[in-house]
Design a binder for this molecule. Structure first.
Ligand code: TRP
Ligand code: ZN
Length: 484
């Protein structure tokens, strides 16, 4: 799998198209029934910001509200490459809002309602600006319903690979990190705003439509099949996925949870199927080192489209490019993507700069899995990389990689080496307590590098700032790890 992570052609994100912040929108006067005292009298209602303030991706997400649940219903006709959808966004205002943004790339919005009343809507680049009939008071819940349609297009601002909705030979694949969701539904597209999801996908009868979480059944009507999926644990938007096409589906149950895997029918039955079949075995091993599996379903999807040359840890059901299995069964990549279910998905980033927290721990999980299987120790994996890593790796601090190096070898391999240096410094009992405590305390939450360092110090009782400084922020090769 390392072959996919090394030497990926990294595209520098030249222009992120910083969206306007809706300053041209006048705050609407609040309306209340005649004679009723206004609960919002005297308050200043203003438009929510067009981004959450991520230093690397200023236009991602939006300000002024927090989403609790998305219900997304899409119908996709692969022959026409057309999508029609309705998204119900249940949110709570965190500021007094006269208007708010959602991220939406391409597509045409037909209608927006807020709490059942028609709302004005406008587009500014990849932003949808909604102006409800009445202001939304901080602390209050509201429900926005958006109907939309069009020909979905992938995003061109992604850092690695193509992000977003891809039309394939037999259907579509919606996938990508750090963004993809806004190409198929209106969303607060930043991992700091996690929400639950109910997703329904209607496709021509005969095609499979896979998404996140627990399968909730399917129904046929008039030559179409609707597939229902539910992710009841909070999920970051980039972890949402839809895969439509001709797939070989395997279902089952493990530890009382549904298992649903799918492999593209264009692949002969073989290594991809065998690797997916080992998903629960790998998850059980990871559970022994990270603590309880965090989600209500298991599975994986193997896609055959050439453009998907990577795997992504889409929640409860990672998506793998077929290339990972060309050389035979590959449980290393399965261990990597499943490790993200704990680190990345359950414990999520608060800002993209902290990506090493996801990738360093997932890389280390591959080393732990190899150690567990007896195919090589984590120490040997560390030693190999420590010896051969290029000056680029040592010059790029994993905790300050810069936007263009978000998925670089420094983040993955030096990130993994950082975790190993921690293990050597504190010893195995404290190290595994740190991993389990991190997963437990930050379950379903967002977390930062500073919090990880603080927790590692608290659990181990050791001062670790110089170790983490050297490994995460230094621009030279750190000294070989030693027991503190
Ligand atoms: N996070 C993915 C992994 O480590 C790799 C990845 C980075 C990716 N950027 C992506 C996958 C974009 C899909 C699309 O497994
Ligand atoms: Zn990863």
């Amino acid at each position: 799998m390392a072959w996919m992570r090394r030497g990926v052609g990294l595209v520098t994100v030249a222009a992120l198209g910083l969206a306007g912040c809706g300053a041209d929108l006048e705050p609407e006067p609040e309306r209340t029934p005649a004679g009723a005292p206004s609960p919002t009298a005297g308050r200043q209602f203003a438009p929510g910001a067009a981004g959450v303030g991520d230093a690397y991706f200023p236009s991602y997400g939006n300000g002024g509200y927090d989403v609790g649940r998305y219900a997304v219903k899409v119908r996709y006709d692969p022959a026409a490459d057309r999508l029609t959808g309705t998204a119900t966004v249940q949110a709570t205002a965190t500021a007094d809002l006269s208007a708010f943004h959602l991220d939406l790339a391409g597509l045409t919005v037909r209608e927006v309602t807020v709490d059942g009343a028609p709302a004005r809507h406008a587009r500014e680049a990849d932003e949808l600006v909604v102006t409800p009939a009445a202001g939304l008071a901080a602390g209050n819940g509201f429900t926005a319903e958006i109907s939309y349609e069009g020909r979905p297009e992938p995003l061109r601002t992604e850092v690695l690979g193509e992000g977003g909705w891809l039309h394939t030979d037999d259907g579509a694949i919606a996938l990508g990190q750090p963004e993809s969701a806004s190409t198929w539904f209106p969303v607060n597209d930043h991992p700091s705003d996690k929400a639950t999801y109910d997703i329904e996908i209607t496709v021509p009868k005969g095609l499979t439509a896979v998404s996140n979480g627990v399968p909730k059944g399917r129904s046929d009507a008039g030559g179409w099949t609707t597939w229902k999926w539910s992710e009841a644990a909070p999920m970051a938007s980039y972890l949402s996925t839809v895969v439509i096409g001709d797939y070989r589906v395997t279902t089952g149950e493990h530890k009382g949870r549904p298992v649903f895997s799918a492999v593209s029918s264009t692949l002969g039955k073989g290594a991809a199927d065998a690797s997916m079949a080992r998903t629960t075995e790998v998850a059980d091993y990871l559970e022994s080192v990270f603590g309880p599996y965090p989600f209500a379903a298991y599975g994986g999807v193997v896609v055959a489209d050439d453009r998907i040359r990577y795997a992504l840890e889409t929640q409860s059901r990672p998506v793998y490019g077929a290339g990972f299995f060309r050389g035979g069964e590959n449980t290393g990549v399965v261990a990597h993507e499943l490790a993200h279910q704990w680190f990345g998905n359950s414990v999520s980033l608060a800002k993209w700069q902290d990506i090493w927290l996801n990738e360093g721990l997932a890389t280390y999980a591959e080393w732990l899995w190899a150690e567990h299987r007896g195919t090589g120790t984590a120490q040997a994996a560390f030693d190999g990389r420590y010896a051969v890593s290029s000056s680029r790796v040592w010059q790029t601090p994993p905790a300050e990689p810069g936007r263009a190096n978000l998925f670089s070898e420094s983040v993955y391999q030096r990130g993994g080496m950082t975790v190993h240096a921690l293990r050597v410094a504190v010893g195995d009992p404290a190290f595994f307590r740190i991993l389990k405590t991190w997963a437990a305390e930050k379950r379903n939450a967002n977390a930062t590098t500073a919090e990880f360092v603080a927790l590692a110090e608290r659990v181990s009782g050791k001062q670790l700032d110089s170790l983490f400084d050297a490994w995460l922020r230094g621009t030279d090769r750190p000294p070989a790890p030693k027991r503190l």
